[in-house]
Design a protein around this ligand. Structure first.
Ligand code: C2E
Ligand code: MG
Ligand code: MG
Ligand code: MG
Length: 290
């Protein structure tokens, strides 16, 4: 630590910042180890059709298993983005999610969609589309069962987002704008880009149906989506009242704690087996899910 001689600290690099840098370097090092030790896991949160209550797919959400604790993505994805590890992590996430979706199809005969979050740097990689194509080939997943979620800011910083999206479309995968409404120039993006779905950010959902402004915003987003022939998913639905409101205004799909939390592998197997039995009246999968 640099001792400060004078009474005045003119240096930008104060102790707080030094701690932050140290923490970041530590996290980065641990992340590299985690990658080689395969310490990441995916949890899957159900996506529910609001009209019928039917399961339509899952969003894959990455977690880092560090001994007893489970580290959430907000704590390591930004670091991974900064140090470039996001390419390896993202590739692992995409492959694992496609393998899972292929399994749902094979084992349960359920054509469920899998939604995968793609970070800005990953999307910007020159070979991103090629990698997606290779993973689809390798896993044999139908491209229409894969949906990539990107944020407004990701699309905005890329000059050639339009070309990348067109190439992804050509592969057959669909594209959702995540956290819709929280970024800048949402309308300009919608004017120029071919996408398939908007996901209403949780911040707009959480105070419905009480808060009139939030209700108005949700309504406007749903109307906008439908006018543009886009599907729409509401994030972070926690109460029956929110669900009823969203259903009433025509929102197709929802996800949130009301329906299910993100499920780990064991919980997911139980959920799928249960869902299949209840809704299809069919036999449980012959082979007992792990
Ligand atoms: P997101 O894509 O907007 O994901 C939704 C987040 O909301 C998830 O947090 C989910 O667990 C949480 N959530 C879902 N339903 C509810 C609810 O009813 N109430 C509340 N309070 N929260 C709910 P999570 O898993 O911590 O992920 C946070 C963010 O990290 C994600 O936001 C996404 O941007 C990013 N992320 C997650 N997995 C990946 C990944 O594999 N790759 C990349 N690049 N980013 C990821
Ligand atoms: Mg997402
Ligand atoms: Mg989101
Ligand atoms: Mg969000």
């Amino acid at each position: 630590e640099a001792k400060i001689q004078g009474k005045r600290r003119w240096c930008l690099f104060d102790d707080g910042m030094a701690d932050k840098v140290r923490l970041r370097m530590q996290t980065e090092q641990h992340l590299r180890q985690a990658m080689t030790r395969q310490a990441f896991e995916l949890h899957y949160q159900p996506l529910i059709a609001l009209g019928s209550g039917e399961l339509t797919g899952f969003e894959a959400l990455v977690r880092w298993r560090d001994g007893q604790q489970l580290i959430m993505p907000d704590r390591f994805i930004p670091v991974a983005e900064e140090c470039g590890l996001i390419h390896d992590i993202g590739e692992w996430v995409l492959r694992s999610a496609c393998i899972s979706a292929r399994e749902w199809q094979d084992r349960y005969q359920l054509p469920l969609r899998v939604a995968v979050n793609v970070s800005a740097r990953q999307f910007a990689a020159p070979d991103f589309v090629r990698r997606v194509g290779l993973i689809l080939l390798e896993t044999g997943l139908y491209p229409h069962l894969l949906e990539l979620e990107v944020t407004e800011s990701t699309l905005q910083i890329m000059e050639d987002s339009q070309r990348i999206l067109a190439e992804l479309k050509a592969l057959g995968v669909s594209i959702a704008i995540d956290d819709f409404g929280t970024g800048y120039s949402s309308m300009a993006l919608l004017k120029h880009l071919t996408i398939d779905r908007l996901k209403i950010d949780r911040s707009f959902v959480k105070d419905t149906p009480e808060a009139v402004r939030d209700c108005a915003i949700c309504r406007a987003i749903v109307t906008l989506a439908h006018s543009l022939m886009l599907s729409i998913t509401a994030e972070g639905v926690e109460t029956a009242e929110q669900s009823a409101f969203l259903s009433k205004i025509g929102c197709d799909t929802a996800q949130g704690y009301l329906f299910a939390r993100p499920l780990d592998a064991a919980a997911l197997a139980g959920y799928l087996a249960n869902w299949q039995q209840q809704n299809q009246g069919g036999d449980a999968p012959g082979e007992q899910a792990k």
